[in-house]
Design a protein around this ligand. Sequence first.
Ligand code: AMP
Length: 480
Amino acid sequence: MAATAFTPSFCGIAKTSTTTAAATLNPPTNRFLPKTPVRHLSSAFSSSSPLFSHHIATKLRSFKGCGKPVRGVASMAKKSVGDLSGADLKGKKVFVRADLNVPLDDNQSITDDTRIRAAIPTIKHLIANGAKVLLSSHLGRPKGVTPKYSLAPLVPRLSELLGIQVVKADDCIGPEVEKLVASLPEGGVLLLENVRFYKEEEKNEPEFAKKLASLADLYVNDAFGTAHRAHASTEGVTKFLKPSVAGFLLQKELDYLVGAVSNPKRPFAAIVGGSKVSSKIGVIESLLEKCDILLLGGGMIFTFYKAQGLSVGSSLVEEDKLELATSLLEKAKAKGVSILLPTDVIIADKFAPDANSKIVPASAIPDGWMGLDIGPDSVKTFNDALETTKTVIWNGPMGVFEFEKFAAGTESVAKKLAELSGKGVTTIIGGGDSVAAVEKVGVADVMSHISTGGGASLELLEGKELPGVLALDEAVPVPV
Ligand code: AMP
C-alpha cells in the first residue's frame, strides 16, 4: 500500500492559521465550485470488505480539486450581536445568557475557566458600546437554592478578564435584583445568581421567563452548550425581548457546525469515532448527505466488521445494529461517499491500561482479544485521505485514548488535523472526547473551530435545529 508517511511538522504551526482558515470560510457558493464532474471514489471498490480502504489511497491522491454541488445552505442564519449598532446598545439593559458552567473544586476554585473566557468577547463588545450587561448562567444541577452552586466564585475571574468590577446579585429575579439593575452604570456588568435555582427555568415557565425578561431591553444568547434545551433563559425570554440575537460564541458555532458543514470547501471529510454506532447514527446519516469521504474509527467499527462477516473477538459490538451498519455502507456507496474503515487494529487481551497488545489486520482478530485502537496502516491511509481535503470535521476518538497504550490512533488524527490547519484546511472539532484529545495533544489552538458544546454540537451535526437558536431573530439577508 502506498501511503504518505506522517511527518510531525505540525509542531511549529503559528496561531494565525486559525484566522486563515476562518477567513476562507464563507465564500464557497455554486459559482466558486469547480465544474469538474464528481468522481465517486467508492464505486471503484466493494464496500463488502473493510480492507477496501487499502485500495483508496492512490485514488485519493488524484482527488484534489473535485467537488460536489452544494446541497443546502445553513438554515440557522441568525441576527448577531455584531449586527447591532452603538445606538442600539448605548444605555440599553442587555440580558446575556452565557454558559458559565465551569468546574469548581472542593474549595470553590475554578479548575478550568475555558467557558468564562469564551463568553468574554460578547460581554466586552456590549460594555464597549455602553450597554448595561445582565449576565445569566446556570452552574451544575442544583435542586432549588444550593449554595455550592452559587455563581459567586466566578466574580473575581470575570472581573479580571473584563477589566472592571463585576457586581453580583443574590438572585436572578425580584426587587433586590431590580434595584441593582437600576443602579448599574453604562458599561457595567451585573452577574445574576444561578438561574437553575428556580425549577421554572428548566420547565420553561412563561411567567418566570417574563420576570427574567422584565429586567432588560434586549436579549443576547451566547450559551451554545445549552442551546439544545428550551429553557426560560435560553428560549422563553425571547418571547418578551426584541431584538433577541446571537452572541459571538454562538454565532461562531453556527458558522462552523452549520455553515461550513452545509457549504464546505471540498473535498470534505468527516471523521466519526466513539464507542457505539447507535449514538452516532444521526451524525453519520446527516454527514453522509454532505461529505465526500467518511472515516470511521473507535468501538463502532467492530459492528461494521461483524456485519461484513468478520470475526471481532471480544471487541465492542452492537448485535442489534448489524443491519444498520450494512445499510449505512450501502447508503454511502449509493451517495458516492467513500467510507474508510481501518484496515488494521491494535488489540488487547483485556480492557485495561496495562493489557497486552498487538497489531493485527482487521480481518484477523483472534478470539479472546478486543480491538481498542486503529493500527498504524490505518493511520497512514487516513492521513493520505485527509491530505486531499479542504474541510474536515471530527467527532469521536479512534480508540480508547484514555489508556496511553491505545491513544496513538486518536492522537495521530489530532496531529494530522493540526498540520492541515496550518495549510489552510478548515478543521472543525465537533465536541466531546475529540476536544479532550486535541487538548491533550496540545493542538487545540490551531484548529479552525473547537466546539464548546457536547450535546448541542451533536444535535447540530445531526441536522437538528436547536430551540435556543431557533428562537432568535433571523439575520437580515445580505444581497449577493
Ligand atoms: P463517544 O462518547 O460515543 O464519542 O465515545 C467515546 C468513548 O469511546 C471513549 O471513552 C473511548 O474510550 C471509547 N472507545 C473508543 N474506541 C473504543 C473501542 N475500540 N472499544 C471500546 N471503547 C472505545
